[in-house]
Design a protein around this ligand. Structure first.
Ligand SMILES: *[C@@H]1O[C@H](CO)[C@@H](O)[C@H](O)[C@H]1NC(C)=O
Ligand SMILES: *[C@@H]1O[C@H](CO)[C@@H](O)[C@H](O)[C@H]1NC(C)=O
Ligand SMILES: *[C@@H]1O[C@H](CO)[C@@H](O)[C@H](O)[C@H]1NC(C)=O
Length: 167
């Protein structure tokens, strides 16, 4: 009876986390608390900021994860991850919250993570459409309620397009 061998650091569990991890959907307040708690726990590698407010006044949070947060370092690549543009497509939001937790916890323990954080400026926006998220209905697998923002704009179809006008 052969079990697949999983390489994990002695401190991490099977999912790669060091601290206990709950897998559940975070509403806006819970997401806000999560991000604030991460920023408070890992101040030397994070910076929580907002790019503004949604139509209904919710903060559009971004957390920066890097070795020198808040500073542009010439030559250091910057990347961004954006989730939940369609408010009713909710998995990416949770995946990004888990990525944030994973990177912060493993920094200083896992060499790969430490190298990534040291050499990259990572910006993560778990939700670009918090208003749509609130409108979306649990269990509505095929619907479009909550897809658009509160102005009826499909944010994922609203980037400049070379060929056609966007909504
Ligand atoms: C470090 O994290 C990477 C990415 O999850 C993982 O593949 C690797 O096994 C980890 N290294 C150790 C020593 O746990
Ligand atoms: C968000 O979740 C918290 C904790 O589970 C709950 O107390 C709160 O009522 C929820 N907020 C909304 C707007 O659903
Ligand atoms: C990341 O940077 C810290 C602080 O400069 C340093 O102590 C650490 O060795 C670096 N880790 C890696 C894997 O480069």
């Amino acid at each position: 009876d052969m079990k697949p061998e999983v390489m994990t650091h002695p401190l991490t569990n099977a999912e790669g986390f060091i601290l206990p991890t709950s897998f559940y959907h975070h509403n806006h307040t819970e997401m806000e608390n999560f991000l604030k708690s991460i920023a408070a726990t890992y101040p030397s590698i994070t910076r929580l900021y907002s790019v503004g407010k949604s139509v209904e006044g919710r903060q559009l949070y971004v957390i920066e994860i890097t070795d020198n947060p808040g500073h542009h370092e010439p030559g250091e690549p910057e990347v961004k991850y954006v989730g939940n543009m369609h408010g009713n497509e909710v998995v990416g939001r949770e995946v990004l919250l888990l990525l944030i937790k994973f990177l912060c916890e493993n920094y200083g323990t896992n060499d790969t993570v430490s190298r990534i954080v040291n050499s990259t400026r990572i910006h993560i926006m778990p939700s670009m459409n918090p208003d749509g998220y609130v409108r979306a209905k649990v269990g509505d697998e095929d619907g479009v309620i909550g897809r658009e923002n509160a102005h009826g704009i499909d944010l994922n179809r609203n980037f400049p397009d070379q060929y056609q006008q966007t909504k």
